[in-house]
Design a protein around this ligand. Structure first.
Ligand code: PHE
Length: 339
């Protein structure tokens, strides 16, 4: 029996296969039901008890060697098989679908680029904020409606923490940390407890702008925003400032641009007025500067805030704000950064 095991070891080691058929032959000879190994196991029953341990171990080693050899032979032919398949490796592959950027990302980047050309850097704040940075530092009185649960998402366990309702909170963060000159834009997501419709969403995006230095005037604000409007909507674009109110700017204004869709002659988008509102702005209230540790006797500045959705809708003629958040690829694939 020991001799037989030796011989089988030698036969297995010496076995060479030239084809898949010969690998199958190996399996039949050694590993199949009627193969040599099974024969050995049958004979094993007759081995004397004192020899069982030694011979049993040897048969197991043999069995493992046979299985390993079989696996190896199979692997060789498996790989040559694929190589021999009728594949034309020179055929072009299936191109991977390139993603496209979301229209809001495209327009946000264009806004940032326009302001970068006139020296504005970029900062980002945080979406979850405290009352001080969103309201108190910006002069919102205690009874202001924005502080109401109806308008703002508060964190239940701690009503001092809320989802920011505007990016003006980043003005406060930046002014607290930096002494003027400050010239920066702050893009970001904001949240308001509003009913969702074609024109309003509870999540949207803003780009805030802040410019603080010595002798900054309302004329600087106007020129900066005129530059922006022309770069964004075309050289013929006109702007119009209407007096308005924000607790943190004085004076405050809302800015309209001549309707980019009808050129000012009147259409649905501008409700036949020829003008569309795109942002709020004003001179930073001296009290806000003081709240943030900036000397209002030395420095003045302006701020503005615009909705990215609104500008994107105007640029591309999109009529429903909800499309931005549905992620329907048929919509999203229509935009490319080159536009
Ligand atoms: N934060 C204001 C809004 O969300 C916009 C604004 C920004 C107005 C900066 C004035 C100055 O409506």
């Amino acid at each position: 029996m020991l001799q037989k095991i030796e011989n089988l070891h030698a036969a297995i080691a010496a076995f060479k296969a030239q084809s898949k058929e010969e690998v199958e032959q190996f399996r039949l000879t050694f590993l199949s039901k009627k193969g040599e190994l099974n024969n050995l196991f049958s004979e094993f029953k007759n081995v004397a008890n004192e020899q069982k341990k030694e011979i049993g171990a040897k048969i197991n080693v043999l069995k493992n060697a046979a299985q390993a050899k079989f696996d190896e032979l199979q692997a060789t032919f498996a790989s040559t098989e694929t190589q021999n398949l009728d594949i034309d490796v020179s055929l072009p592959g299936n191109p991977l679908q390139l993603g496209s950027r979301h229209p809001l990302s495209i327009i946000k980047q264009q806004i940032i680029d326009i302001f970068a050309r006139i020296g504005f850097t970029v900062s980002e704040g945080q979406e979850m904020e405290d009352d001080w940075h969103v309201f108190s530092a910006l002069n919102f009185p205690d009874e202001h409606p924005a502080r109401d649960m109806q308008d703002t998402f508060f964190i239940e366990k701690n009503p001092d923490i809320l989802l920011r309702t505007h990016t003006s909170s980043v003005q406060v963060r930046v002014m607290e940390k930096t002494q003027p000159p400050i010239r920066a834009v702050f893009p970001g997501r904001v949240f308001r407890n509003e009913a969702i419709s074609a024109r309003a969403h509870c999540i949207f995006h803003q780009v805030e702008g802040l410019y603080i230095d010595k002798n900054v005037s309302f004329a600087d604000l106007k020129q900066t925003l005129l530059f922006f409007a022309k770069e964004m909507f075309g050289a013929d674009t006109q702007i119009r400032l209407r007096p308005s109110y924000f607790p943190f700017t004085e004076p405050s204004a809302e800015m309209d641009i001549s309707c980019s869709l009808c050129g000012g002659t009147g259409c649905n988008v501008c409700k036949h007025s020829g003008w569309v509102e795109i942002l709020g702005c004003g001179m930073v209230d001296p009290q806000v500067l003081e709240n943030c540790g900036i000397d209002s006797k030395v420095y003045t500045g302006f701020a503005f805030g615009m909705g990215v959705e609104r500008i994107t809708m105007l640029k591309y003629g999109i009529k429903d704000i909800r499309l931005f958040f549905e992620n329907d690829l048929r919509f999203i694939r229509q935009f490319s950064a080159a536009q």
